[in-house]
Design a binder for this molecule. Structure first.
Ligand SMILES: Cc1cc2nc3c(=O)[nH]c(=O)nc-3n(C[C@H](O)[C@H](O)[C@H](O)COP(=O)(O)O)c2cc1C
Length: 336
């Protein structure tokens, strides 16, 4: 088995280790992202998807909230969706001015509301339209521009390899594939062979996504597909230590490879030190298993589901954030 690479370079940005927190609407806000970042082991975090039209609307509070981040979140990527190349380009410029390290285009969202407006996975049926968006956004920003997409609309319309080639020839810096079609939604198994096919077709970095639940899964994806980084979505809220566990597991593999006789640590036994969290209500260590501090345990169901106690984590962290002097960047500062 191959370990997850220790780093990845996307354009000018170094991602170390080569693990990415997947964008998740309603989950990956600044509080959750910082929670993950402070636990350690996650190389890149991403905002939830944000409407490019919303970014341009001066009074859109939602877009403002989605693009709100703090200095300790670097490197961070902002994900946008939309179908108008000029609107996308202008929104990407604003994202760059806000200080994001990367900008990402969403071509994977299966939600009807988004698809109806030709956004998200809706565009997968119109490659010429995607080409125009790629060109407009690429010309608008200097920061690395990436795209996250699904394999196609359905099994009869698989476009992922063609799309990855298009991205490369338009100057995008990396691609990420959620290895399912739009029609699959979240059902069935992610088809990692599609990630391998993209990796064979392009030279820019390929980020693999879909169904990673354990460090072993992460290494299996790298081994089977050759991908340059792994992206993790749904596992993160239920096991926010997953990134750190992957890092420790891979360090163990490398030690074993170096003849130290030390094998990768099993996912369930991976310790997490309290000091790594950076805030007082975070993880503590209990008999080598990750668990939550008494404060969080009181409000949630042990370490099993951090999502259930997110509102309280948010409140704790907000106090922490208010105490800091750094002022959040606001879109309104940048919209004329
Ligand atoms: C609640 C939820 C919200 C999501 N929101 C987004 C999003 O805003 N942008 C995006 O590109 N993908 C989104 N996704 C898809 C994930 O980024 C990821 O591609 C998918 O969950 C597969 O990865 P996983 O098997 O590791 O969860 C979302 C997924 C979930 C479960």
């Amino acid at each position: 088995m191959q370990p997850v690479p220790a780093k990845l370079t996307i354009g000018t940005v170094t991602i170390a280790p080569a693990t990415v927190l997947a964008p998740m609407a309603g989950v990956t806000d600044t509080v959750f992202r910082r929670f993950i970042r402070n636990l350690g082991g996650c190389g890149l975090i991403m905002t939830e998807f944000t409407s490019a039209d919303g970014v341009l609307r001066k009074k859109d509070q939602k877009a403002k909230r989605y693009l709100h981040f703090y200095e300790d979140e670097h490197p961070i990527s902002a994900q946008l969706f939309g179908s108008d190349p000029q609107v996308m380009a202008e929104a990407a410029r604003i994202v760059e001015d806000l200080g994001f390290d990367l900008v990402d285009l969403n071509l994977g969202c299966p939600a009807k509301k988004v698809v109806k407006c030709n956004g998200g996975s809706g565009l997968l049926r119109d490659l010429p339209a995607i080409d125009k968006i790629f060109a407009a956004v690429r010309a608008a920003v200097k920061i690395p521009f990436t795209v996250k997409f699904r394999a196609g609309w359905n099994d009869e319309e698989i476009v992922c390899v063609e799309l990855a080639r298009m991205a490369e020839s338009c100057g995008l810096a990396a691609v990420a594939l959620h290895a399912r079609t739009r029609e699959m939604g979240y059902s069935g198994n992610a088809r990692w062979e599609w990630i391998a096919a993209i990796k064979d077709a392009v030279k820019i970095p390929v980020i693999g996504n879909g169904d990673i639940r354990t460090p072993e899964d992460a290494c299996a994806m790298v081994t089977q597909t050759g991908c340059d980084a792994v992206m993790i979505g749904r596992t993160a809220p239920s096991n926010p230590w997953i990134f750190r566990q992957i890092q420790q597991y891979c360090a163990g593999m490398e030690n074993a490879g170096a003849g130290n006789g030390h094998v990768g640590t099993a996912a369930s036994g991976c310790p997490v030190e309290r000091s790594s969290t950076g805030f007082s209500h975070g993880a503590t260590r209990s008999a080598g298993r990750p668990t939550l501090s008494p404060t969080l345990r009181k409000h949630g169901n042990g370490a099993a589901d951090v999502v259930s106690c997110l509102p309280r984590i948010r409140r704790c962290l907000r106090l922490n954030l208010i105490a800091r002097s750094s002022r959040p960047r606001q879109i309104s500062d940048h919209v004329a």
